[in-house]
Structures are given as structure tokens and as C-alpha cells.
Design a protein around this ligand. Structure first.
Ligand SMILES: [Cu+2]
Length: 481
């Protein structure tokens, strides 16, 4: 442990002696406060990190690490602007971090080691004070590195929804569902078959004139899937009635893949991307959701039957990534119907009339892959270097920046900037405005342009949300000067 971290912990009243007591207290079920010195106040939320079992179906029970005995963790409902105390208790043998994805909170509580957030030590605890904002569908997940250990980091069950209530929910729905898509039991593979061609049918604006044809390294794959903690067909169906309106919060909690999702014979009205309302809601047959993205949809239940909501890819759906939607009085076998194929296009949710401030400075970000070769891993470069960079990514408070992300690789990458929200400006040459997001899938050999105002001082991590890509170089630290 670095001296700097020790000092930080001491400053928060969390001496290492305190850490030793925590697991005992936790086992009694009464521990909500890991540090007595800091405060006698009760925590609003306690996240207890420990091994859990997940019963995907009767014949498939897996072991992983989760929150509060389950995976995914509980849906945490918070109120925008109302401060909360979160105690994190780590009952595992490795340091952990809980990141609050999509929230505008200081680096110290963001749960990101690169930004200087404190680690939650093995068999220790840490208290966090945060003010949740903005309103919308956020999520929390571990930000630990995994490298070549597929039992760590985002490969585990450490993820869950946070819904930040803004107090202006018109409640125009009859049921609210939180559905997180997940793959389990990952393995290394040399023959990864991905569906990145789904991300665009436009010109390959960033395809280099000469491609690096060296053999690729190992990637991470999976053949076991679920929505929340159940494989398709196990667990209870979602029971609906004709005429109901469902509000469904979708989260792609995968560490390895982007996904396309549909609900058979129903259209989904997309109202929010990454928890932020879009200027132009659209009613679609399916949605494409990159790793870490959220999409809020409203579905009108007007086709009685027993249907599947799940991956549009047959093999993935039949390997678990689905859930049954059952109308009252209907009891036949769940049906799937392929939706029409359409390319995903963020810009249809935008508005040409959004009053977006013009960017004052442009930061170019070029993504490249160095193929790892047989039995090794690929590495990933931003502007010619893997993490860590020098001081090249700097921000000045109050300045509006434009990030031009040029993806010179053959994968689509879900790129995320911590602690800031950006506005989409252009995807593969198509302009847009008014779409506020924290993650954007940059199409393979494509380009995404986003604008944001630097108004959250502190270190902010920018990275690909595919765990393996992030671990092997695909990240950069933005700092304010
Ligand atoms: Cu990536």
C-alpha cells in the first residue's frame, strides 16, 4: 500500500486496526458503520462485498463476488441532490472500488483508483459521502482491474442499478422494471465472434489505408447469459395485462460485449439514453446497447401472448439472455419473433434546434490496437500510447471541449468519461445535438464527436468499458490545470 493511500485512510478515521473488526461486525448483520471515529451516523446504504452464488437456473449455479449476498446488487433509489452516506464493506481478499457510473461526484468518492479514490481494503471498510446527481438511471459497479484474472473486476457480479429520482416523474406507466444484461463464466478465446457490424452501415471514415495484419491476441468470450440473475425460462415471468404501459430500464452490465435487444412483436419507445431524457423519443423494433450504457424504454402492452424480451442473437438468447413477458390468462410456450434489421443510429434521438454552446477547444483522440499474437493479449493505444500517458490530457475549468474520437480498430468501443456528461455532436459524420450521455459506442473504423463543459474539477478517467481493453492500455486520465 502506498503511503499516500495510508494517509488518506487515516484522515478519514479509518486506521487499519478498525479494518480488522469489520468482518466480525458485519457477520452479526448489525454493522452499518465501518468507522466509529468518523461519525456515529447510520449509513443510508451499506454495500457488503462478498462471495455469492447465483442460480441462473436449476442446473446452473455459479459462484462469483456480489453485493449484499446477491448479483446483481439491490436497486438503490436515491433522491437527486439529497446527500447520502454509503458504507462499503469488503469481505474479500482483494482491494475493491465501487464506482458510481454516470454521476457528477468528486474524484474522492467516484470509486476509481486512477482518480485517487481510496481503495476499500481486503476485509476492511470505507465510508463515502456523496450527493447523487443528476436524476436518472445510473449504476454502480466495481472498478478493480482484472488483467488476466477472469474472477475479478467487472467479470464478477459486482454491479447494480442506482435510480436517482429527480422528483418530477410523471408516473405514466403501470410497472417499472430494471433489467441488467449479463454474461458469466468468461474464458479466453482466439476465435471471438462479435456483432460489431451492427453498429453501423455508414462509411468507414477512420479505416487506415494499411491495416496491421499481425495475428490477434486472446479475447474474452462467454456462452452463459442472463437478465438480472436468471437465464431465460427460469425464474418468474414478468406478468402484464393488456393495455398496461411498462417503463423498462435496460442496462448492459457486460464486461465484454455490446448487445442488441428486442421484445417480440412489441415496439419500444426510447425516452432516455444513459438515464438522460432525449430530445426526440423514437419508437423502435430493437435497441443497441453498448457495455455500460442504459436505455429507458416505454412499452405498450397490446399484443396478448407469452413473449420473449432478449438478445436478438438466437444463440445468446437461447443461452440465457432473455426474460419471459406473460400476459394475464395466456399460458402457452414463450414466443420469439425476429425484429426487422435496422442499423443503430444515435442521431435520430437528437434535435437540430438544441441550443448547444459551441466548443472552444478540440481534443483529438486516436484509438489503435496492437495485435498481441497467439496466446497473448492485444494492447490498446490512445494517441500512440497505452495508459499511463503524461500530462497531455488537460482541462481548464469552464472551457467547453470537443472530443473527436477516431476509432482505427475493427471493434466498436463503448467509451466512457467519468464524472462528466457529454453531448453527442457527430457520429460517423452525421451531426446531432441535445443527446446527453456518459458513454458512447464509437463504431469500428468510425468516429464519434462529443462536447462537454469542464465543470467538475478533479481527475477524471476516460476509458473503454470493455474490461480487457481498459486493463490493457485503453484509458487516459484527464486532469484540470
Ligand atoms: Cu474497447
Amino acid at each position: 500500500m502506498k503511503r499516500r493511500e495510508l494517509l488518506k485512510l487515516a484522515g478519514l478515521g479509518l486506521a487499519q486496526t478498525a479494518a480488522g473488526r469489520l468482518p466480525l461486525l458485519a457477520q452479526t448483520g448489525v454493522a452499518t458503520t465501518p468507522a466509529s471515529a468518523a461519525s456515529d451516523q447510520k449509513a443510508d446504504y451499506t454495500l457488503h462485498i462478498a462471495p455469492v452464488t447465483v442460480e441462473l437456473d436449476r442446473s446452473h449455479i455459479l459462484s462469483t463476488i456480489g453485493y449484499n449476498g446477491v448479483a446483481p446488487g439491490p436497486v438503490l433509489r436515491m433522491h437527486e441532490g439529497r446527500p447520502v452516506i454509503v458504507d462499503v464493506i469488503n469481505d474479500t481478499d482483494t482491494p475493491e472500488l465501487v464506482h458510481w457510473h454516470g454521476m457528477l461526484i468528486p474524484s474522492e468518492v467516484d470509486g476509481t483508483e486512477e482518480e485517487g479514490s481510496p481503495l476499500v481494503l481486503p476485509h476492511g471498510g470505507q465510508r463515502f459521502h456523496l450527493t447523487p446527481r443528476p436524476a436518472g438511471t445510473r449504476w454502480y459497479h466495481t472498478h478493480a482491474m482484472a488483467m488476466d484474472d477472469l474472477h475479478k473486476g467487472a467479470y464478477t457480479g459486482q454491479f447494480g442499478f442506482v435510480y436517482v429520482d429527480g422528483g418530477n416523474d410523471p408516473g405514466q406507466y403501470d410497472q417499472e422494471l430494471f433489467l441488467a444484461f449479463r454474461d458469466w463464466e468468461p474464458f479466453f478465446t482466439a476465435t471471438m465472434d462479435d456483432n460489431d457490424d451492427d453498429t453501423h452501415d455508414g462509411p468507414l471514415l477512420e479505416k487506415p489505408p494499411t491495416l496491421n495484419t499481425d495475428p490477434d491476441g486472446l479475447e474474452v468470450g462467454s456462452t452463459t447469459y442472463s437478465i438480472n440473475d436468471k437465464a431465460l425460462g427460469s425464474g418468474e415471468p414478468v406478468r402484464v395485462r393488456e393495455g398496461q404501459r411498462l417503463l423498462i430500464h435496460l442496462l448492459n452490465a457486460s464486461a465484454i460485449e455490446n448487445r442488441r435487444i428486442a421484445l417480440a412483436v412489441h415496439k419500444m419507445k426510447v425516452i432516455a439514453l444513459d438515464g438522460n431524457l432525449v430530445p426526440s423519443p423514437q419508437t423502435l423494433d430493437s435497441v443497441f446497447i453498448g457495455a455500460a450504457e442504459r436505455i429507458d424504454v416505454v412499452v405498450e402492452m397490446k399484443n396478448p401472448g407469452v413473449w420473449i424480451l432478449g438478445s436478438t442473437e438466437k444463440m445468446i438468447r437461447e443461452s440465457g439472455l432473455g426474460v419471459v413477458i406473460e400476459y394475464a390468462g395466456q399460458h402457452h410456450r414463450p414466443q420469439w419473433v425476429d425484429p426487422p434489421k435496422t442499423a443503430w443510429d444515435y442521431t435520430i434521438f437528437g434535435s437540430a434546434s438544441s441550443p448547444s454552446p459551441a466548443p472552444q477547444q478540440t481534443i483529438e483522440l486516436i484509438f489503435e490496437k496492437i495485435p498481441g499474437g497467439a496466446g497473448k493479449f492485444n494492447s490498446w493505444l490512445i494517441n500512440g500510447k497505452p495508459y499511463p500517458h503524461g500530462q497531455e490530457f488537460t482541462l481548464q475549468q469552464g472551457t467547453r471541449y470537443r472530443l473527436v474520437m477516431r476509432n482505427r480498430t475493427d471493434d466498436a468501443h463503448p467509451m466512457h468519461l467519468h464524472r462528466h456528461l457529454w453531448e453527442l455532436a457527430e457520429i460517423n459524420g452525421k451531426k446531432t445535438a441535445g443527446i446527453i450521455k456518459d458513454t458512447v459506442v464509437v463504431p469500428y473504423y468510425g468516429r464519434a464527436v462529443v462536447d462537454f463543459t469542464a465543470d467538475e474539477p478533479g481527475l477524471s478517467l476516460f476509458h473503454c468499458h470493455i474490461q480487457q481493453h481498459m486493463d490493457y492500455g485503453f484509458k487516459a486520465l484527464f486532469r484540470y490545470v
